[in-house]
Write a protein that binds this ligand. Structure first.
Ligand code: ASP
Length: 324
């Protein structure tokens, strides 16, 4: 039996089980796949949310990292998992860019998933190794224009938020840098801290503590207004590069064919997690906030996701930079 037939059969048997399947849900440990390495920003968000959802669901929710290929390896695992709600994907804006960036995938990057709910929108920061020879964005741009490919820019693969942010930056300053891909920006952070990487653009959920401890230089935050966790960091517009704006939304997904009642139960649990004061407090320390409750729903998630696919498609097509 081929893969599609097997999945169709699994979905049918779950459908036949109907509400009973949902009543018994969850019947075992839930695995949340993060399509990036441990210790990075997507992983951080996933671990906070998983722990809280586990309390609400009365089952352990574990996080497993399946990094590589800009998030598509982990996404494929979930698209091809048994659609019973026990294997989920926590991914970011890459879900909106992969359908255009990757023209050949072994899974359906849109139709392969049931959205469960949005989680958060995280600002990005442009950071540099501690001894990078610039002290503000204008000086950093001058160094990038002078050194060009002599500088190492880290990202988490094509379609990763760090890749998109790097594209915007290099386009805005009109100079390429040497791109060094990692399985996630957790490992990339170690390399920038040790000075082997010059620059990176990454979520505040991975950079706030290093910025505040002085372990990194920071040139701007990619939001319209300054953020409370980094009150001294100028916005890109204040620093002179208004077009350098990007916000990294995260969402939770189940494989296509997961019963609607199970998706609803997971969405309710996600909403509980996003109101959990421990989650809210830690998000705030890391420069972000949970989405409003009505956005942590399958419907709001689907609408936002589709709009974001449509928003990024012409940008990627104009850049002509495909992954394959
Ligand atoms: N922040 C990474 C990115 O560039 C992914 C990660 O490691 O969470 O998309």
């Amino acid at each position: 039996m081929n893969h599609i037939a097997r999945r169709a059969l699994m979905a049918l048997s779950l459908l036949a089980a109907g509400p009973a399947a949902a009543q018994q849900f969850p019947s075992r440990t839930i695995t949340v796949i993060v399509p990036f390495a441990a210790g990075g920003p997507t992983d951080t968000v996933a671990r906070l949310v998983a722990e809280s959802m586990g309390r609400d669901l009365g089952q352990t929710v574990v996080v497993e990292n399946a990094g590589g290929a800009g998030g598509t390896i982990g996404s494929q695992r979930v698209a091809q998992a048994r659609p019973d709600g026990h294997t989920l994907l926590l991914h970011h804006i890459g879900m909106a860019t992969a359908p255009t960036l990757y023209r050949r995938l072994a899974y359906d990057p849109v139709g392969g998933f049931e959205p469960i709910g949005l989680i958060t929108e995280v600002p990005m920061t442009l950071v540099a190794k501690k001894d990078f020879p610039a002290n503000n964005l204008a000086e950093a741009i001058a160094v990038i224009r002078r050194e060009r490919e002599g500088l190492n820019y880290a990202n988490a693969g094509i379609g990763a938020a760090s890749h998109l942010c790097g594209l915007l930056l290099m386009k805005a300053v009109d100079a390429p840098m040497t791109t060094v891909p990692f399985r996630g920006t957790g490992p990339a952070m170690q390399e920038i801290l040790s000075g082997r990487i010059d620059l990176m653009c990454d979520q505040t959920t991975n950079t706030t503590e290093q910025i505040n401890s002085g372990a990194l230089k920071v040139f701007s935050v990619t939001t319209e207004s300054r953020i409370p966790a980094l009150p001294n960091v100028p916005t890109s517009a204040e620093a002179g590069l208004p077009e350098f704006q990007v916000s990294v939304w995260h969402g939770l997904y189940a494989p296509k064919g997961t019963p609607a009642a199970v998706v609803q139960r997971l969405s309710q649990s996600l909403q509980v997690a996003l109101r959990d004061e421990r989650v809210v407090a830690r998000f705030a320390e890391l420069g972000t906030t949970p989405v409003a409750q009505d956005r942590a729903t399958p419907e709001a998630h689907r609408t936002f996701w589709q709009a974001d696919i449509a928003k990024w498609r012409p940008i990627i097509q104009a850049a002509g930079q495909y992954a394959d």
